[in-house]
Ligand binder design. Sequence first.
Ligand code: PLP
Ligand code: COI
Length: 385
Amino acid sequence: MGFVGLNVLTTRRDPGRTSGSGSRCRRSSVVCSVSNVDSALVSKAGKADLKWDELGFAYVNTKCFVKCVYKDGQWGEMTIETDPYVKVHIGATALHYGQSCFEGMKAFTGKDGKVRLFRVDENAKRLQTSTERMVMPEVPSNMFIEACKLAVRENIEYAPPYGFGGSLYVRPLMFGSGARVGLQPADEYTFVVLVTPVGDYYKGGLSPVTAFVQTKYDRAAPQGIGNVKVGANYAADILPFQICKSKGYPINLYLHPKTGKTVEEFGTSNFIALKGDSYVTPDSPSVLPSITNKTLMHLASEMGMQVERRPVTVEEIADFDEVAACGTAVVITPVTRLVHNDEVIKLGNYDDQVGPRFNELYQNVRAIQNAEVEDRYGWTFDVME
Ligand code: PLP
Ligand code: COI
């Protein structure tokens, strides 16, 4: 199953340029070495004909996606596909049994015009936990990172320019594409990386939301698959989330499925809170380990906070100084009200405003992502390198 290097076979007819520094690409039968393309590519960032300030979080078609198929015990060549459809066997395990997992991260155009992926190495590791749980072959980290960089480079025009607050959302997806009728893992897997430009969620600064506590539905079972990023977890959330939105609330909070007494996480983000000098986040085996939360915990402890990963009871939520949701999509969403069993609970000390320390943490993360401050942590990955 090893991955020995990047060998890209393109299905596009654009012989004019190669696909990335230091890697090898294959266009038709010509194998070429690529190392002198960076400056031309960097200047193409943000050149697509899009209204950057009108972008939301919706799929916008880009030029191409990256694809790699695992068959006969090994990964094949990476290809660049321009048709946004994948042909799959009618018996594919992903279609029947949900044997599929994905990742989500962002690439940002920095102040210096360079486009960088944020913590792509962490997404690579998390996908490995998902594939292991789903009995799927591992995507080696170097292959994952190269595929993500390649997908961004090939669509560099769609990376929103610096200053608009947007980003190029990167979605690696892996699914069982081999046919099975009995319940067992597939013998063929397809790994794709697609990208789509997304807007800045907070155009005028962080805006707090009211969250809805799900008491009728669970997201994940205690010993189930809640801790991995598999499609099935999101399927479980579609109905509860629709109900939540129809009541007028933008995010839903799940509680422990057995006891209903402790906090798990929001449908697509982790729960975080501040109390005194403590940064608190639930410690539960059925919560997805958020890379944003990991980032914030690191920065919070640098700011002198004590990071507490522990069970968080529903009763104590009202006592926190600041409460928020965190994830790739928005980094931090302040939560200032909670609807629980028809009761509206006011949260935090800041009267429906974002609190100062979550605001500071948010600004710090965004400054690193936008290359406005030095990345002292090695969290950003230049897609040209
Ligand atoms: N929890 C769930 C269920 C998610 O889908 C996500 C995805 O954004 C997160 C938490 C946050 O994870 P990350 O910070 O890695 O985006
Ligand atoms: C992600 O950005 O990776 C998410 O989990 C959010 C998505 C399900 C909308």
